[in-house]
Write a protein that binds this ligand. Structure first.
Ligand SMILES: [Zn+2]
Length: 328
């Protein structure tokens, strides 16, 4: 049913889905009719070690992972099925990365209950060994279907080409892709890992998820970039090349979008969304479903209001004091 090397989190998600299933339907227009399934995707991209709210500048007071944790908890409490996803470039950007080298970021993301993530080019900034050290703290799966990591077997083992997560009334298929390393990742930092054209592996992943796993929804975690102006494959051109993607959760270009866009493709439309960088916004996509397929997607960015409010899930001060390592 589920993907290769099913992680504990995925297992728990599946278990949660099984428990939730008995409570479905939650609301029905006609008492005899089950309500149409709904699912909300919450997502981040290019958080770049911005664990604290932004200081003076255009984003002052926004962001911060403690506040993000509170927001996610509130939304999960008020919505039905939700998945929390990340589109890569968790690493690099603040002194937290210099000190903790991504270990703290993945640890905190695990405490937030991320369901899946993918790798961006900056996640290789401390080489494959540095990435693996940080990934050891991640209690969520990493999706990528096209990096050839046979020369780095430990990383190969951590990268899933696809994954199935059962949500109430919806079987969700996920896959992942990363921007070309050329000019972005120093050869010494991706030893044993080669970038390959994502299009054929993505087609294969979508085909597998649709035909074999029979999922209701296919989501790509993309670190390809929103609009690369024709210089490289991107989220706007991908749907024409890989039909059957319902949703692309994007990253890499730090694109602040007011709303998701719909890109036509051979089998319908692909909803594409990305939320800037630095954890300033949390992306929210509300999806509705008909039998076996997504019907509609709507949503937008939710501002992560920083400042370490008293209602936060944990103290912002904890983060800098390593207390966080003894929790969760
Ligand atoms: Zn990037």
């Amino acid at each position: 049913m589920v993907a290769p090397a099913l992680g504990r989190r995925a297992f728990l998600a599946g278990l949660g889905a099984a428990l939730m299933a008995s409570r479905w339907p939650l609301a029905a227009a006609d008492p005899g009719e089950p309500a149409a399934p709904r699912l909300t995707l919450l997502h981040t991209n290019d958080t770049h070690s911005h664990l604290q709210p932004f200081g003076p500048g255009p984003y002052q007071g926004l962001g911060g992972i403690a506040r993000r944790a509170t927001l996610v908890r509130q939304l999960r409490g008020s919505l039905g099925g939700t998945l929390l996803l990340d589109a890569g470039d968790v690493f690099q950007g603040t002194p937290y990365f210099n000190r903790y080298k991504g270990v703290l970021d993945y640890r905190l993301m695990s405490m937030l209950g991320y369901d899946a993530g993918t790798l961006g080019n900056h996640d290789f900034d401390n080489g494959v060994a540095g990435l693996l050290t940080a990934m050891a703290q991640a209690r969520f799966p990493f999706l990528n279907c096209h990096l050839d990591a046979r020369g780095a077997p430990e990383l190969q083992e951590r990268l899933l080409p696809w994954l199935v997560l059962d949500q109430p009334g919806v079987k969700v298929g996920l896959t992942g892709a990363c921007v070309d390393f050329a000019g972005l990742v120093a050869p010494a930092n991706h030893l044993g890992v080669d970038w390959r054209d994502p299009v054929p592996p993505l087609r294969a992943a979508v085909r597998h998820l649709r035909k074999v796993e029979r999922v209701d929804l296919v989501v790509l975690l993309s670190h390809l970039g929103y609009d690369m102006q024709g210089a490289a494959l991107d989220d706007l051109r991908l749907p024409a090349l890989v039909p059957g993607l319902d949703v692309i959760i994007g990253g890499h270009t730090h694109t602040f979008m007011d709303a998701p866009v719909r890109v036509p493709q051979a089998l319908g439309e692909t909803t594409v969304f990305q939320v800037g960088f630095g954890g300033i916004h949390l992306g929210r996509l509300d999806l509705t479903f008909g039998p076996g397929r997504m019907l509609a997607a709507s949503g937008g960015p939710v501002a992560v209001q920083g400042g370490g409010g008293t209602g936060d899930s944990w103290s912002v001060a904890d983060i800098g004091q390593e207390k966080i390592f003894s929790r969760g």
